[in-house]
Design a protein around this ligand. Structure first.
Ligand code: PMV
Length: 308
């Protein structure tokens, strides 16, 4: 059984699609994949999305297309097996569930067939497969899921290697994830930002310049262990995401609730327009309080930490 982990984008979602830097971390929520022998062909059951496929039967099915890419890239075409996937990561919520799914499948096949794939290779295959889900992904999700660390990410806009730097923190950061339970389609959200950017280039150029500066400041604050400053920058990043139209009333409510209950910063994470947000907390007691306050409003919350 192999695992793929979800991720939080701490800073820079959407802007990373255009080559600006982003900071992301894997989290404890996961998908896991179990290999079983099978006589004839390939079957995959994904309990997270309730999808059950027999490879090749419905080529329009996303899971089928994902598997075709994985088989091509690993050279496993023609094999027969059955995969069972489950986990605890909410799907279509901004926590990188598709990347986690893909990474868990590649890792399980890698182990079973002794393919000896490096993390770099696994990440490369996962990036190709992510295109099926996200159209034009930056690669930040599969990178965080593969490396299972806090990292700095810059997409190479010429198609070469992306810049990935593992970041070290003095202490892990206590966070709470809030889930609006409104599912979103990442490729639609990314397309929406592109349209808005094309319609209003001057406004967006200004926002993008601010977003870039902010990520550098955030890295500095994180590496210095300046948690209050990190919280302030999280709030600023949230404002920029609202300005590009990725907020929602539910996300606003969860951010406000978190801040009112002692969080130092709160923002959406992932594509936005619903999905998940996270709140940076000063300590475990506040984490509990924020998580409960979110639940009291009728939403889901998860306690986790980043930068472990
Ligand atoms: O909502 P998610 O988990 O799919 O996150 C997507 C992050 C974006 O920056 C919006 C897109 C991308 O590919 O980086």
């Amino acid at each position: 059984m192999q695992y793929g982990y979800g991720k939080l984008i701490l800073f820079g979602e959407h802007f990373v699609v255009y080559g600006l830097p982003g900071i992301a971390s894997s989290i404890g929520l996961y998908t896991r994949c179990q290999f079983h022998p099978n006589e004839n062909g390939i079957k995959v059951r994904d309990r997270l999305t309730n999808k059950n496929i027999t490879l090749g039967e419905n080529k329009r099915e996303i899971l089928d297309q994902t598997m075709q890419i994985i088989l091509r890239e690993t050279g496993l075409n023609g094999k027969s097996f059955r995969l069972e996937v489950d986990g605890d990561i909410p799907v279509f919520g901004g926590l990188g569930s598709s990347a986690a799914l893909i990474v868990s499948i590649i890792r399980e096949l890698n182990g079973h067939y002794a393919l000896k794939l490096s993390d770099e290779k696994i990440n490369g295959i996962a990036f190709k497969a992510e295109h099926v889900f996200h159209g034009n992904p930056s690669g930040i999700d599969n990178t965080a899921s593969t490396y299972r660390r806090l990292l700095w990410f810059e997409k190479n806009m010429s198609g070469g290697k992306n810049k990935i730097e593992l970041l070290k923190l003095k202490k892990p950061l206590p966070v709470v994830i809030g889930n609006t339970k409104i599912i979103h389609d990442t490729s639609e959200a990314v397309a929406e930002v592109r349209q808005r950017k094309e319609k209003n280039p001057e406004k967006f150029d200004k926002i993008f310049a601010q977003a870039k500066e902010l990520v550098f400041k955030a890295r500095n604050a994180l590496e210095k262990g300046n948690i209050p400053k990190t919280g302030e920058l999280i709030n600023e990043n949230q404002k920029l995401l609202q300005e590009i139209g990725m907020g929602s009333p539910e996300l606003d409510l969860l951010c406000k609730t978190s801040l009112e209950n002692g969080a130092l910063g709160a923002k959406l994470t992932g594509a936005g327009m619903g999905g998940c947000m996270f709140a940076l907390c000063p300590d475990e007691k506040t984490q509990e309080k924020v998580a409960q306050a979110i639940r009291k409003k009728g939403f889901d919350s998860y306690i986790t930490s980043v930068g472990v």
